[in-house]
Design a protein around this ligand. Structure first.
Ligand SMILES: Nc1ncnc2c1ncn2[C@@H]1O[C@H](COP(=O)(O)OP(=O)(O)OP(=O)(O)O)[C@@H](O)[C@H]1O
Ligand SMILES: [Mg+2]
Length: 302
């Protein structure tokens, strides 16, 4: 089945339903299912984007593999056959789960979001304009919006249950997670960003900034959640990159343009997207997959 998946209802305990992913619990594991939901301006839209969930899950899987020498991660398996053989009640869902789900070790998540920025955008750009620094890191004067920062910076944030995450200083982060772990997650975050950003840029995608989460598994700090997807990062098409203004989003450009064009007030409920916008958006996700993984995405997967 290659149907669009907007909701899942698996016979497991629901751990968390995010904007895009449905996360379930099974013993000491989590099953993270990437649906085809899409959000814009923090609101989930009524349409699904065909293939989006699989693209996101497979991108995260690719990057977890790519970074495994830098740090261990939570992935147990992304093979649906293995998932259903470990969790018997999922047998009849194998087709839906194929390439869409990650079975992961359940960890104790650290209560900070590890943001790395290579370019000035979003809340980083806002803070720089006000203070000339981001999260207490002084930056050179005269940088323009979307400009590359001379060196990638680590700008932690707290995880907010509602509303937006709040940028915090490194000292504040250390108060939350402790000195040793604080140093470790900073170093790892920067290292992961540097290697993956270089790789993506060679393939035409600028990862302007990104967010990592870490968790403790038997006292070891490991990488969790999703990594380096367009949902957890700002992806910009390198071809169109011009500093001095906001950049087009690699994946959501058509969606945002459409929503701006009809002057939606950005409050729920969100309007239905026209078929053409949905189609072009699917193409962008598939293009991101092709560029990063270096193979064509197979639409017929089950
Ligand atoms: N291996 C793991 N161990 C424990 N918790 C995890 C693990 N991987 C991910 N998580 C947690 O699972 C949750 C996934 O939620 P999800 O990202 O889908 O929604 P959200 O963060 O609430 O909202 P959004 O949709 O805006 O991202 C996060 O709280 C994340 O920290
Ligand atoms: Mg999240």
């Amino acid at each position: 089945m290659n149907e669009v998946v907007l909701q899942t209802q698996l016979p497991l305990k629901l751990f968390k339903k995010g904007k895009v992913r449905d996360v379930y619990e099974a013993d000491d594991m989590l099953l993270i299912v990437a649906t085809d939901r899409i959000s814009a301006f923090d609101v989930v839209l009524p349409n699904g984007i065909p293939h989006k969930g699989r693209v996101l899950n497979m991108l995260a899987k690719f990057w977890f593999g790519f970074t495994k020498e830098i740090i261990a991660n939570h992935v147990i398996t992304t093979e649906s056959v293995e998932i259903v053989s470990q969790i018997n009640v999922l047998k009849e869902y194998e087709g839906m789960l194929k390439n869409r789900a990650t079975l992961a070790k359940k960890t104790r998540p650290l209560a900070v979001e590890c943001v790395v920025r290579g370019y000035l955008a979003g809340s980083g750009w806002k803070e720089y304009q006000e203070k000339g620094s981001i999260c207490g890191i002084k930056l050179p004067e005269g940088l323009k919006e979307s400009q590359r920062i001379p060196f990638p910076i680590f700008t932690p944030a707290t995880k907010a249950d509602t509303g937006h995450d709040m940028n915090i200083s490194e000292e504040k982060m250390v108060e939350i997670v402790g000195e040793k772990i604080g140093q470790e997650i900073k170093e790892k975050s920067l290292k992961i960003y540097e290697t993956t950003c270089e790789y993506a840029e060679e393939r035409g995608i600028i990862i302007a900034d990104t967010k990592f989460e870490f968790g403790l598994c038997n006292d070891e700090v490991i990488l969790i959640d999703e990594i380096l997807t367009p949902d957890s990062s700002r992806f910009w098409p390198k071809d169109d990159y011009v500093p001095g203004k906001p950049q087009n989003s690699f994946d959501k450009q058509y969606v945002r343009d459409y929503l701006e064009s009809i002057k939606w007030n950005k409050k729920p409920p969100a309007p239905v997207l026209p078929e053409e916008v949905v189609k072009k958006t699917t193409e962008k996700y598939i293009e991101a997959y092709r560029r990063i993984i270096g193979e064509d995405f197979k639409k017929n997967q089950t």
